[in-house]
Design a protein around this ligand. Structure first.
Ligand SMILES: *[C@@H]1O[C@H](CO)[C@@H](O)[C@H](O)[C@H]1NC(C)=O
Length: 149
């Protein structure tokens, strides 16, 4: 085995993966199904979120329903307790989704997650929901993160 070849192969592979597929758990996507969650930048998991920085979250999902609207609700779960995690744009239709949402179509929901300086430097679970017209979850995903200074 020539390790230089392996190195080149690995390097080209890493250079190609500019968006990170994040390991996530589904927390009740009743009206859709999530295929991929990308967070940028997130070179290692759990994602380290630096205070004062903003992260791009890209959730690719397929809707099973029609909906005129979509509204994002984000929580940080600290020691089992969900705390609201404010995001600047909660309208999913202004976050990469072309509304109205139609059944069996795949969408990429892309939004920013700003990490405020006053957040504590702790590990927590981010729970991200996107709700449809009757307020049911088009998706609900959760993934662990670590807030760092
Ligand atoms: C979001 O992720 C999907 C699937 O990986 C990709 O096709 C799409 O280009 C991404 N969108 C952005 C804005 O990064």
């Amino acid at each position: 085995m020539d390790y230089r070849v392996l190195g080149v192969v690995l390097f080209s592979f890493l250079a190609y993966t500019n968006a990170e597929h994040v390991k996530f758990a589904d927390c009740g996507s009743v009206e859709g199904k999530v295929s991929v969650v990308d967070i940028q930048p997130c070179p290692s998991q759990p994602c380290q979120l630096r205070k004062g920085q903003s992260y791009t979250v890209n959730v690719t999902f397929t809707s099973s329903v029609a909906s005129q609207t979509s509204t994002a609700v984000v929580h940080g779960v600290v020691a089992g307790v969900p705390v609201p995690f404010p995001i600047p744009q909660s309208d999913g239709c202004k976050s990469g989704i072309q509304c109205p949402i139609v059944p069996q179509k795949t969408y990429s929901y892309v939004n920013q997650l700003p990490v405020k300086n006053e957040y504590p430097a702790i590990k927590l679970v981010v729970e991200w929901e996107l709700r449809d017209d009757p307020s049911k979850d088009l998706f609900c995903i959760k993934f662990p993160v670590q807030i760092v200074n």
